[in-house]
Ligand binder design. Structure first.
Ligand SMILES: Nc1ncnc2c1ncn2[C@@H]1O[C@H](COP(=O)(O)OP(=O)(O)OP(=O)(O)O)[C@@H](O)[C@H]1O
Length: 374
């Protein structure tokens, strides 16, 4: 095909490409009825104006937590309700000030005034609105594992859940969403928070083989023309998806495989198209984790990559000597950054027996792959 013909080519295998977008909310959302019911039960008091019950949603990435919350929030907005539901993506809004500003923005439709440049002022304004309008606030902290650094989760929960002490009459409920199953919140939260935060836990188990197959099949039927992806090859996609445990990988693979087939001007996806797609889609997690890092965390990761080229086992103590010189970070900030990389599963931090605080550091991905996103 000439380049011109390629640009003009308007045949597509996608019936609706939006179906495979990352923020698409599916109409068909099966296998999560139990969790949705439980959430509805917890939130129900908020509709009438009481404080909703707090919830902790747990489950590995891509098990439908965000989608469940978005669907319930959309239902709440459709009925007469005193509750204002606010969804916060903590990968993006990762400090107390940013979260409060985002809550304000979602309520008012614009930024807090420039004069309100402290979290306290923003919280004052939010409380004022809630009291004046007799509204209840429900805040979903999605991917709250990103707030486990620098004590942000404690700070945010403290402000939201104890707001009635500072602003009597305010009612705020919180949903904390965690996708890292190794996180033990009871160890992360301090007493001032746990004394007011005893959430009901709602668990999102990984999807089974059959569930994954049905969910992906539904997407294919909606998003692609008939015959583009055979059931046998869909099985291959399902196997890869189960291996990563994240439904997003399957959805992304189907999109990429279809684009690969289009590029070859084929009407059907082949095994090779899927194979090529998986090479990229399996790194979805890596990509989003690296993109969410702060500047100094990225710099630290670069140093770890550089040092990992030698055969020496990396230890936290030795790496610090280099980090101190190159990045001028204090030990606490450095150690927090290491912990974050470990939490995001970019590195593995392991205790070494009998050597005090020093830890062994191993990269979890091929350094060349990480570099692609740095
Ligand atoms: N039961 C389901 N039916 C249809 N699509 C689903 C279902 N569960 C998950 N998905 C799809 O899988 C993708 C990931 O789901 P979602 O973002 O809700 O997961 P999550 O548990 O919030 O992940 P993370 O912890 O990484 O934020 C989304 O594109 C969503 O539409």
């Amino acid at each position: 095909m000439t380049l011109k013909n390629m640009l003009m080519w308007d045949e597509t295998l996608f019936r609706d490409p939006d179906i495979f977008e990352i923020d698409y909310i599916p109409d068909q959302f099966n296998y999560r009825e139990g969790q949705m019911r439980e959430l509805a039960f917890l939130l129900r008091p908020g509709i009438k104006g009481s404080r909703p019950l707090n919830a902790l949603l747990k489950g590995t990435p891509g098990t439908g937590k965000t989608t469940s919350v978005r669907k319930i929030f959309s239902d709440i907005r459709d009925i007469p309700s005193k509750m204002i539901p606010i969804h916060i993506n903590c990968q993006v809004e990762n400090s107390r000030f940013m979260i409060l500003s985002q809550i304000y923005r979602q309520i008012k439709g614009h930024n807090p005034s420039a004069a309100g440049n402290s979290y306290k002022r923003v919280l004052d304004s939010i409380a004022e609105i809630l009291l004046a309008e007799d509204r209840v606030l429900l805040v979903a902290l999605d991917d709250a594992n990103y707030l486990l650094f620098e004590n942000e989760l404690n700070k945010v929960l403290y402000l939201l859940l104890r707001s009635h002490e500072t602003y009597p009459g305010t009612r705020i409920g919180v949903m904390v969403i965690i996708s890292d199953m190794d996180v033990d919140l009871s160890r992360e939260l301090d007493v001032r928070v746990t004394s007011v935060f005893s959430p009901t836990e709602v668990y999102f188990p990984p999807y089974s083989h059959d569930e994954t197959f049905q969910i992906l099949k539904e997407r294919v039927m909606q998003g692609l023309y008939p015959g583009v992806l055979s059931e046998a090859l869909l099985e291959v996609v399902v196997d890869h998806t189960l291996r990563t445990g994240d439904m997003r990988v399957g959805i992304d693979m189907i999109k990429r495989a279809t684009m690969n087939a289009e590029k070859d001007a084929m009407r059907e996806i082949s095994q090779e198209h899927i194979h090529e797609a998986y090479k990229i889609s399996r790194f979805l997690h890596l990509k989003y984790s690296v993109l969410s890092l702060r500047r100094e965390e990225k710099e630290l990761l670069k140093i770890l990559i550089e040092l990992s080229q030698s055969d020496e086992q990396l230890t936290s103590g030795e790496v610090y000597l280099i980090v101190k010189k190159k990045l001028k970070l204090g030990y606490t900030v450095y150690y927090e950054a290491l912990r974050k990389l470990d939490n995001l599963r970019l590195i593995n931090l392991q205790f070494r027996d009998g050597r005090g605080r020093t830890r062994l550091i191993n990269l979890r991905y091929d350094p060349d792959k990480i570099k692609l996103y740095l």
